[in-house]
Write a new protein. Structure first.
Length: 326
């Protein structure tokens, strides 16, 4: 049985939580619906007979549901598959995750999973530059967006509305030659920051703006559909969220949860991620059409523990620069 739950608290109020608990595995995810369905279908094909329930929503909404359940003493999810490692670092420190050393980890760079086995990256969703093909300048670096040619023509998501945008800002803020001064230059050059990645995609594809800071798969997918856009992996490097997965320490289905983690990290699981248009986290898997070779993509480092510690301060710094609340 496959169920999309938009408000778990409503189920609790109706006393229906037992329906979900009857499953052999419960996954909470922020993946898009089609991606989540493909992921679950692939796991079930590899593990016939395992009944999986999945709950899909944005990462903030998923975490609100889960935190409410934890506070009520009845966390339902066995596995969490969401956007970023910073959230998992917070949960690890709170004792809410189960350590599991997956045998598949040997096929991943050590920077892509927690050394203690609490969470594992499943893909790389990088943030780079998209531009409308009618734009006068073809950007190659982050610095290009602060040039006079881009004055008033740049849009980006706000860290208040997008977790990927916060991680991107934190990543660039730590890069020599960029930092928060770079964001001040963007603001002075007329860049705007509001909403999420979807709004950026729409603004640039429509020609409302010439340049956008956005996650990679959106413009690459739209270009394949015929949209007048291009995506650039800037030469300084890109930030990345890695859609990690983790097992909750409160899991009621530990064996199946471990199987799910192993599947996500397996060759077949990673091929599904690539087939959906994402950069696979596992070494040796071909990238989707529209991407350069993996060796040509420079991913900038981010320390999850430091990012967690500085999150509130960094959101305030960004908001103060752009004068925005979302």
């Amino acid at each position: 049985m496959k169920t999309l739950l938009s408000t778990f608290t409503a189920l609790v109020a109706l006393g229906l939580s037992g329906i979900v608990n009857a499953a052999d595995l419960v996954v909470y995810t922020s993946q898009p619906n089609a991606d989540a369905q493909a992921t679950i279908d692939g796991f079930k094909a590899a593990n016939p007979g395992v009944d999986v329930e999945w709950v899909r929503d944005g990462t903030p909404q998923i975490m609100a549901k889960l935190n409410a359940e934890i506070a009520a003493g009845n966390p339902v999810a066995d596995v969490l598959l969401i956007a970023d490692t910073v959230t998992f670092e917070r949960m690890k420190q709170a004792g809410q995750l189960l350590a599991y050393k997956s045998p598949e980890a040997k096929n991943f760079d050590a920077t892509l999973y927690d050394a203690d086995g609490y969470y594992y990256s499943t893909k790389l969703i990088t943030t780079g530059i998209m531009y409308n093909t009618q734009a006068a300048m073809k950007p190659e670096s982050w610095a290009d967006l602060a040039k006079p040619e881009a004055k008033g023509l740049v849009t980006m998501p706000s860290p208040v509305a997008s977790g990927a945008a916060l991680i991107h800002a934190q990543t660039l803020a730590a890069v020599d030659g960029l930092g928060w001064d770079y964001y001040k230059q963007l603001k002075d050059n007329g860049a705007v920051a509001a909403g999420g990645n979807g709004g950026v995609l729409k603004a640039v594809a429509s020609g409302e703006k010439a340049y956008g800071v956005v996650v990679d798969y959106m413009p690459i997918r739209e270009k394949a559909k015929g949209a007048p856009v291009e995506f650039v992996f800037p030469k300084e490097g890109v930030s990345a969220v890695t859609e990690p997965a983790a097992i909750l320490s409160s899991t009621k289905h530990q064996d199946n949860a471990k199987k799910f983690i192993d599947y996500l990290l397996s060759e077949n699981g990673q091929k599904i991620a690539a087939g959906l248009g994402y950069i696979p986290a596992r070494n040796g898997i071909d990238l989707p059409a529209g991407y350069p070779a993996r060796s040509e993509i420079k991913v900038l480092p981010l320390n999850a523990a430091d990012a967690l510690k500085n999150s509130e301060k960094d959101v305030k710094t960004f908001s103060d620069i752009f004068g925005t609340k979302g």
